[in-house]
Design a protein around this ligand. Structure first.
Ligand code: GLC
Length: 439
């Protein structure tokens, strides 16, 4: 407790476990569970099976190193990596297209934490329970909230690979530790001041493109002022003074002259690029940014990277809960091998490699005590950081989450562009979300 108080990572209370547990919906889903329908010959070293594994662009070395280690210890399985669009919404749509046509091309893939309920209901995923039982996988070793995000209709459809929560990154050579902004207004002041120093072009960079990342960033502003889009009971509560205040702060920052002029084209990829090229003093991104910005082979600011909680509004600092889960295409021709790969990737070994080389925050709790993980990511040892992950604010839980997200994306974008006021945007969100939200 003391540690938590002393830590700079003290954020709004919330419960990841509770909120995410809501992901386990109870709609019925038809799911046959082919155990091993490949009928393939046993994969051997001389006759290996090649699996296609897909995920979005990994700007760190995490995925490459993990795949290398897996192939080394599993000579009977080769992994062919397929890179998907980095915009998680486009990635989602690419999977929906592939899986709707029952394509077996992709065997194993990563799912954004907001997809498992929808994908399970759509019958895209191979349920993992039998495999988990057969191999005695210890599910208690996992963060239970993240694990629950992969459950639906009483089954485990995916296994969590890492947790994400929004963080503030800053240039230690430009910003002294006691200067690190505590509130959004401090950030505005500092970003103005630091822009131009040390060769920077911007004071602050964040994700303002009309896509899923904007929903995440917007939620952080809103929650830091005590607002919500949808509450824990799935009621639409977006039209509140707190939400309006949070969104006004977002709009103020997006329109300021210390962010890139084209910030409304920025996803995580452009944000990471600007930071590692030394163009900005402050950045909002997910934990992996630490590994990316310290990667000397590409970053101009290695060893100059500071991390802090996101600035606070009236209520406190808030981070959106993100993260990725690993799942198996229901139509894979190689379920047995796909499971071997998934088990490794989302297991302790795979997660450790991804934490050390990719800076991803593990979902296996014991890795927060692992010396190599902590050496690569000193922040992971901070109890406040861990509490921060657990307190991160989940996005609305719904099998039709994509529709809710679209509404938020469009209306927040309109408020940023000035084509409607923040008050109009929340009113429109309220009407549209009420029509769509399903309990
Ligand atoms: C990160 C998060 C994911 C989120 C996405 C938005 O990848 O882990 O949950 O949806 O960013 O861009």
């Amino acid at each position: 407790m003391n540690l938590l108080k002393k830590s700079k990572f003290v954020v709004l209370a919330g419960s990841l476990a509770l909120a995410l547990a809501g992901c386990s919906g109870n709609n019925s889903s038809s799911s046959s569970t082919p155990d091993n329908k490949s009928g393939d010959k046993e994969a051997t070293k001389d006759n290996p099976v090649t699996l296609v594994y897909s995920r979005g662009k990994d700007v760190t070395q995490g995925t490459t190193k993990m795949v290398e280690a897996f192939e080394k210890s599993h000579p009977n399985i080769k992994i062919k990596f397929r890179e998907m669009p980095s915009d998680t919404g486009q990635q989602h749509d690419a999977y929906v297209t592939a899986f709707n046509s029952k394509s077996s091309e992709i065997d194993v893939f990563d799912l954004d934490v907001v997809w498992p309920a929808e994908f399970a209901q759509a019958d895209y995923l191979l349920p993992l329970d039998r495999y988990v039982q057969k191999d005695n996988v210890d599910l208690d070793a996992y963060n239970q909230g993240a694990l629950a995000a992969g459950q639906y209709n009483g089954k485990q459809w995916t296994i969590p690979k890492f947790i994400d929560a929004g963080l503030l990154f800053y240039r230690k050579d430009l910003v002294k530790e006691d200067e690190v902004p505590k509130t959004w207004d401090d950030l505005i002041k500092l970003a103005k001041e630091k822009k131009g120093q040390g060769g920077t072009k911007f004071g602050y960079v964040f994700q303002a493109k009309q896509y899923e990342g904007l929903v995440c960033d917007a939620m952080e502003f809103v929650a830091s002022y005590g607002g919500q889009f949808v509450n824990e009971k799935n009621e639409v509560v977006v039209n509140s003074p707190e939400t309006i205040k949070g969104l006004k702060k977002l709009v103020e920052i997006a329109k300021s002259d210390f962010v890139p002029k084209n910030v409304t084209n920025f996803t995580e990829i452009e944000s990471d690029q600007a930071f590692i090229e030394g163009q900005t003093a402050f950045l909002r991104n997910w934990p992996y940014e630490f590994a990316s910005a310290n990667d000397k082979s590409k970053s101009k600011i290695a060893d100059k990277v500071g991390i802090a909680p996101l600035p606070a509004g009236d209520k406190g600092s808030a981070a959106t809960l993100g993260g990725w889960q690993a799942g198996i295409n229901k139509n894979t021709k190689h379920p047995k091998e796909a499971w071997e790969f998934l088990k490794y990737m989302a297991g302790a070994e795979g997660q450790k490699i991804d934490a050390v080389f990719g800076g991803h925050a593990p979902t296996i709790l014991s890795l927060y005590d692992d010396k190599e993980v902590l050496k690569a990511n000193p922040t992971f040892g901070d109890k406040g950081f861990q509490e921060g992950l657990n307190a991160a604010v989940p996005r609305p839980v719904a099998a039709n989450y994509q529709e809710i997200s679209q509404i938020i994306q469009i209306e927040v974008s309109k408020a940023i562009s000035g084509s409607e006021t923040v008050e109009e945007a929340v009113k429109n969100m309220e009407t549209q979300m009420k029509a769509k939200i399903k309990a």
